[in-house]
Structure formats: structure tokens, C-alpha cells
Design a protein around this ligand. Structure first.
Ligand code: FAD
Length: 345
């Protein structure tokens, strides 16, 4: 089958406990942009048990079509029936592009599906666009058809690689939560619904789930915060983070941190910003005692306003900061908190 026969941008619409995950909407936002460039439409793949009620939400966030696979075998995520269902959809409908969230579920599902449909997958993409590949073609190696360029950090974040899948379809990518932007919902939008059942024949790869233990976390989701007060190794100790919490309390912010802080055991991993932490995009991001390593800035540089406090004026964090204060954070942060207390009622 020729590459040009594959059509449409497909998104795996992850749901857990019959609630759509934020990544589903983010992927739809990106898919809409790509579909516009390719003059095609966006299809969400919705898998689960009793999930038809979620279709309208997907339409409001940009899905033109929703393929629903509704089956009791899909109640909780399990690798085998989910991989079987998504691979069957791809074989049946032949999409040109398939996007999956780089969540725990998507990281398990994406590569397995790509292997089953014999195509490539680029993991953890941060930029997706339609473009030319190869950029400088050599005779015999010209671009065959529309090309998705998939960009991701490589070699521990020290370089950025743009990857293409020129010879196989679909072109598959996983995308980290928080990187792509969802569209403003279009109230009342409707999608064409296609009910599809690939047939499930349980085999010895259908694991039996005996119990689901949910992690109880008392930390807030830093990806949702509008103001983040983020601390690095320069804060000095877990106790000293109280100073950052005081600042956050005054301005309605949330405390987050760099990886060095997590590695030191001062803060939990859920609060880590960066390449191996979370990607955040708050209105205001305070970087306090953070040097600004590329693996950290990769997760926060899209923040609207970045305010850095660091005693080293050559620290790379100042390259991405909108405002910089050079000095000892132990002196500056309490003063800033007091000053803000006076103006924030
Ligand atoms: P440091 O680099 O030690 O910086 C501390 C800063 O505090 C310095 O700039 C110093 O000048 C300043 N300072 C010290 N005392 C004071 C004071 N009294 N007042 C003011 N300033 C002071 N890092 C992440 O953050 N997130 C990630 O997701 C992540 N993923 C990674 C993935 C890989 C594969 C690798 C290899 C690394 C990753 N890292 C990540 C680690 C990253 O490379 C840096 O090591 C880390 O970000 C450094 O954290 P930091 O800025 O808190 O500490």
C-alpha cells in the first residue's frame, strides 16, 4: 500500500476511571494544527468500558471523528487488549499520523503498537510539525510523501534531535504531558462516532488485575499552578524550603523544585520540574537557587514570566529569565515576601 493512502491524524484519547486525561485534549490541540497543514481531519481513539459518554468532550476539544472501542475487557488499562485494539484500528483505518501521550500508559502502549503495525515511533517529542525530509535530498532519497518532523531532546538533553519516519506509515510519536496546548473548547461541537470492535480473545497475555492500589498524594499538581516558586540546590536544605513556602503562600503560588533537590531527598519527585520531571507553563515562575541546566529549563522555559534569584551572575538561568536578582537568596527571599505581603491583600 502506498504511503499516500494513509490519511488522517489519530490521537489515543487516554481515559482512566472513565475520566479523560489532560493529555488527550493536549494531543487533540496539536493534531488539529497538523491536520490543518495536511488538509485532513482529526480522529480520537477512545477505548474503555462504558465510555461513550466521553465522546462530546473529545469533539469540543477538536476531534472530528471518534472511534469508540467499548468492551468490558478494556475497563482497566492492560497492555494486551489495548495494544490489540489500537493496532486493529490502525490496520483497519490506515491513519497517516498517530499521537500517544508519554504517560505511564502511553509509554507502555505506544511502542508495542508501533511494533505490531511495523512502523517507527519517536518517544517523548517536544515539537511536532509537518516539514521537508530529508532537508538536502540526494538523488534516489527524495521525500516520498507528507512528512511529520518529530523533535525531542537526545543524549541526556544535551542536544535536540529531529527524527522522521520516511518509509513507513503511520508516523507515530509519544508526547509528554504539558508540552502541547489544548484549544479553547468549542461548546456544542459534535464528532462523527464510529463504533468499532476488533474482537477480544483472551490469551495468556491478558493479565488478571487482582487489585488496584492508588497512590495517595497530598501534593498539588504543579502543572496546573499559575505561580510556581521553584527552589534548587542553592536553597540549602529541606528546612529552608519553608522560606519558599512562605513566599508562595503570600502570592497564591505552589512550591516546585529542581532535580538536585529531589536527589537530595528534600522534596518529593512529583514537584520536580524538567526533562525527567514535569513540564510547566505557569504565568510566573520563580527560579530560586537554580543554576538553569538545560534539563531544567526544558521543563519551564515556556513560562510567561521567569524571575531568577541566584548569587552567581553568570548562572545560565539568567539567559532564560525575564527578571534577574543577583544575590543571596537567604536575604532576598524573606525581604521579597515581606514586601509582597504589604501589597497583596
Ligand atoms: P545546581 O546546578 O547545583 O545550582 C545551584 C544554584 O544555586 C547555583 O547556580 C548557585 O549559584 C545557586 N546558589 C547557591 N547558593 C545560593 C544562595 N545562597 N543564594 C542564591 N543562589 C545560590 N534537572 C532538573 O532540574 N530537572 C530534570 O528533570 C532533570 N533531568 C535530568 C535528566 C538527565 C538525563 C540529566 C543528565 C540531568 C537532569 N537534571 C535535571 C539535572 C541537571 O542537569 C542539573 O544537575 C540540575 O538541574 C541542577 O539543579 P540545581 O540548579 O538545583 O543545582
Amino acid at each position: 500500500m502506498g504511503l499516500e493512502e494513509y490519511k488522517g491524524v489519530y490521537v489515543f484519547a487516554q481515559q482512566v476511571d472513565n475520566e479523560l486525561s489532560g493529555i488527550a485534549f493536549e494531543l487533540l490541540g496539536k493534531a488539529k494544527e497538523l491536520a490543518k497543514d495536511l488538509n485532513t481531519d482529526v480522529t480520537a481513539m477512545l477505548l474503555g468500558s462504558d465510555v461513550k459518554g466521553l465522546v462530546d468532550q473529545l469533539a469540543e476539544y477538536g476531534a472530528d471523528k471518534v472511534i469508540v472501542v467499548d468492551d468490558p475487557e478494556l475497563k482497566n488499562y492492560r497492555t494486551e487488549p489495548y495494544a490489540h485494539a489500537v493496532a486493529s484500528i490502525i490496520n483497519e483505518y490506515k491513519p497517516e499520523i498517530v499521537l500517544v501521550g508519554a504517560t505511564a500508559i502511553g509509554r507502555d502502549l505506544g511502542p508495542r503498537v508501533s511494533a505490531r503495525v511495523a512502523t517507527g515511533l519517536t518517544a517523548d517529542c517536544t515539537v511536532l510539525e509537518i516539514g521537508d525530509f530529508p532537508i538536502n535530498p540526494i538523488p534516489g532519497k527524495e521525500q516520498k510523501h507528507n512528512q511529520l518532523l518529530m523533535t525531542r531532546p537526545a543524549f541526556g538533553g544535551n542536544t535536540i534531535a529531529t527524527i522522521a519516519c520516511p518509509d513507513n506509515r503511520p508516523q507515530m510519536a509519544t508526547v509528554r504531558p504539558g508540552v502541547m496546548q489544548k484549544i479553547d473548547p468549542i461548546a456544542g461541537a459534535k464528532a462523527e462516532v464510529i463504533e468499532y470492535n476488533p474482537g477480544f480473545t483472551p490469551n495468556n497475555k491478558y493479565v488478571e488485575i487482582l487489585d488496584i492500589v492508588k497512590e495517595v498524594s497530598d501534593t498539588v499538581d504543579i502543572m496546573e499552578a499559575k505561580i510556581l516558586v521553584s527552589g534548587g540546590r542553592g536553597v540549602g536544605s529541606a528546612e529552608n524550603f519553608k522560606m519558599l513556602q512562605d513566599l508562595a503562600d503570600v502570592i497564591g503560588g505552589t512550591v516546585s523544585c529542581s532535580r538536585a533537590v529531589v536527589d537530595n531527598g528534600w522534596m518529593p519527585k512529583e514537584l520536580q520540574v524538567g526533562q525527567t520531571g514535569k513540564t510547566v507553563r505557569p504565568n510566573v515562575y520563580f527560579a530560586i537557587g537554580i543554576s538553569g541546566a538545560i534539563q531544567h529549563t526544558a521543563g519551564m522555559e515556556e513560562s510567561d514570566i521567569i524571575i531568577a534569584i541566584n548569587k552567581d551572575e553568570t548562572a545560565p538561568i539568567f539567559d532564560v529569565a525575564d527578571y534577574g536578582i543577583v544575590g543571596d537568596l537567604n536575604k532576598i527571599v524573606p525581604k521579597l515576601t515581606e514586601a509582597l505581603k504589604a501589597v497583596v491583600k
